[in-house]
Design a protein around this ligand. Structure first.
Ligand code: CP
Ligand code: NVA
Length: 305
């Protein structure tokens, strides 16, 4: 039976750890220029309803490195943008392609697509989740710190798609997570409830950024206005004024902490230039790891592995 990758909650810790193990193997092969055509002759359709730099390029390059063929489709210039039903598109795509990656708004859109698709569907970001990104983030944590076990991970800023997926990750992998979000900008309540019900790890929600970053091993932040929220930019700048990841806040974290940001970043808003360019920043490794982790996800879902 086909498996989709719509949210981390669909997977066990063992399954996700196996993806990390394959990521390590594929990253090493790519660095040593050892051929790893696990998806030779296969095609991935990449459907974008929102903008992207990293997701598009990393999936496209990743598919090429696996010996397959990526296909970029913008909803704007396909029939999806003219109202063709998702269920029709999903069934047609399944007749041509071996997998589909989608970046869109509602999580229900990727879920409906996956229901009607005969081939694996990968969530390349929705308003609710960004599972490929958090897998890349955790792989970066493992590379820098050896493991995610026993770490305190902090989230500072909007309770958005990234925050929601971090909450699922904390519940599945069992690390401590403290999120500092302004009132009215908390993460999804159902995601939080799901996580708290299934884990003994400490998942704490506060509106105090200092509490979140105190003794943290990893600090994450993200833009204050996500794609689709551009009209709220000004009011969000006011609400998030005390939630900037700057040197003063970083000083409260552990001396060897790493800073993550999924990018694109707005320097001077959620993060200062000196922090993102500073010695704690792991954001370029994080961006690179999108490529390696997604290759492992595609090979797991679409290949013989
Ligand atoms: N982090 C991330 O998903 O980047 P893009 O929006 O550029 O794909
Ligand atoms: N939260 C951001 C992440 C971008 C990769 C957004 O959804 O726009």
């Amino acid at each position: 039976m086909k498996r989709d990758f719509l949210a981390l909650s669909q997977f066990t810790k063992a399954e996700l750890d196996a993806i990390f193990a394959l990521t390590r193997e594929l990253k090493e092969k790519q660095k040593k220029e050892v051929e790893h055509h696990l998806l030779r002759g296969k095609t991935l359709a990449m459907i974008f309803e929102k903008s992207s730099t990293r997701t598009r390029v990393s999936f496209e390059v990743g598919m090429y490195q696996l010996g397959g063929h990526p296909l970029f489709i913008s909803t704007r210039d396909s029939q999806m943008g003219r109202g063709e039903p998702i269920k029709d598109t999903a069934r047609v795509m399944s007749r041509y392609c071996d997998g589909v990656m989608i970046r869109t708004y509602g999580q229900e859109i990727v879920e409906e697509f996956a229901r009607y698709s005969a081939v694996p569907v990968i969530n390349g970001l929705t308003d609710l989740h960004h599972p490929c990104q958090i897998m890349a983030d955790l792989f970066t944590v493992i590379e820098h710190r050896g493991s995610y076990e026993g770490l305190k991970i902090a989230w500072v800023g909007d309770g958005n798609n990234m925050a929601n997926t971090w909450i699922e990750a904390a519940a599945i992998f069992g690390f401590d997570l403290t999120l500092a979000c302004p009132k009215g900008y908390e993460p999804d309540a159902r995601v939080m409830e799901w996580a708290l019900e299934r884990t003994t790890s400490k998942i704490v929600l506060t509106d105090d950024p200092q509490e979140a970053v105190k003794y943290a091993d990893v600090i994450n932040t993200d833009v204050w206005a996500s794609m689709g929220q551009e009209a709220e930019q000004k009011e969000r700048e006011k609400a998030f004024a005390g939630y900037q990841l700057n040197e003063a806040l970083l000083d409260l974290a552990r001396g060897n902490c790493i800073v993550l940001h999924c990018l694109p970043a707005h320097r001077g808003e959620e993060i200062t230039d000196d922090v993102i360019e500073g010695p704690h920043s792991a954001v370029w490794d994080e961006a690179e790891n999108r490529l390696h982790v997604q290759k492992a996800i595609m090979a797991t879902l679409m290949g013989a592995r």
